[in-house]
Design a binder for this molecule. Structure first.
Ligand SMILES: [Fe+2]
Length: 282
């Protein structure tokens, strides 16, 4: 379905995360991967692995920074030195957008090294949206918030997760990185219909997808990003595509990194599903 997006950004096609075992192949191969996503914090070190280390990739690919530590929901104020380093990375890469997770990851200066869920309340919406608006204004390009997978919920929540994401995105006027696997994982853990979630997300703000693998333990599902995408997630992706319009796709593998050829097979599968369903009747 053709959907007018809130932000004037390009459709990048089908991308992969930049992971060390694939550096050489990604630089020598051509045409199989349309774009790359990096973990922002890996390239923000003063005097160490700074933005310049991405030079060869930047020449060949659009490189999209995806962060893990803005900690949007933390009671702590935004970390200004961190924002300065992020701005330097964005200035170097000049990407059409950047992203981070809708979560909190620490408080009182301590980092939990985990992406933790938030209570879905109006108070949280306003608090987080204010931070996002500051970040987006500071960086000067569209910022996308990514939905988490979660295992617990707060009793204080006043709305569903999809209502929460919609409210934040609209209040902050930002974009959405929709992780299809995370929707599936949370739907199993919290017993909701994943299509209720998908239908509740404002399509005009969805700019990028993540698709990833998980572990199914029967009574709960673990978002592990360490194995191939499962059929249940491919099915959900197929149903999501026609509702969202043009959205750049990325396969996300963070652990047990397989040979590039294996990820290319998954990427081609994603492309086939996307192409088949993008104009399917809804
Ligand atoms: Fe993700």
């Amino acid at each position: 379905m053709a959907i007018k997006k809130r932000f004037d950004v390009p459709f990048l096609g089908f991308g992969l995360g930049l992971r060390a075992p694939h550096y050489e192949e990604l630089l020598s191969s051509s045409g199989q991967v349309d774009w790359l996503e990096i973990i922002s914090e890996n390239y923000m070190l003063d005097g160490g692995q700074g933005p310049h280390t991405l030079a060869p990739f930047k020449e060949k690919y659009t490189v999209i920074p995806h962060g893990v530590s803005l900690s949007l929901g933390s009671a702590d104020a935004l970390d200004k030195p961190h924002l300065k380093r992020l701005k330097a990375l964005l200035s170097y890469l000049n990407p059409p957008w950047f992203s981070d997770h809708l979560c909190w990851a620490g408080v009182g200066g301590a980092h939990m090294h985990n992406l933790l869920p938030l209570p879905y309340t109006q108070e949280t919406v306003e608090y987080v949206a204010k931070k996002i608006a500051i970040i987006q204004d500071t960086m000067g390009i569209p910022f996308l918030i990514e939905n988490l997978s979660s295992y617990v919920e707060f009793q204080e929540s006043e709305m569903t997760e999809w209502e929460f994401i919609k409210a934040i995105a609209e209040t902050a006027d930002c974009g959405i990185l929709l992780d299809v696997n995370n929707i599936y994982v949370s739907s199993r853990n919290h017993h909701f219909d994943p299509m209720d979630y998908v239908r509740g997300i404002p399509a005009n703000r969805v700019i990028q997808y993540h698709i990833a693998g998980h572990q199914d333990h029967g009574t709960y599902v673990l978002d592990s990003h360490d194995r191939p995408v499962r059929d249940e997630v491919w099915d959900l992706f197929a149903k999501t595509v026609p509702l969202m319009g043009d959205v750049s796709v990325m396969i996300e593998r963070d652990d047990h990194i397989p040979p590039l050829s294996e990820l290319l097979e998954e990427l081609n599968h994603a492309k086939a599903i996307y192409t088949k369903n993008i104009y399917a009747p809804t």
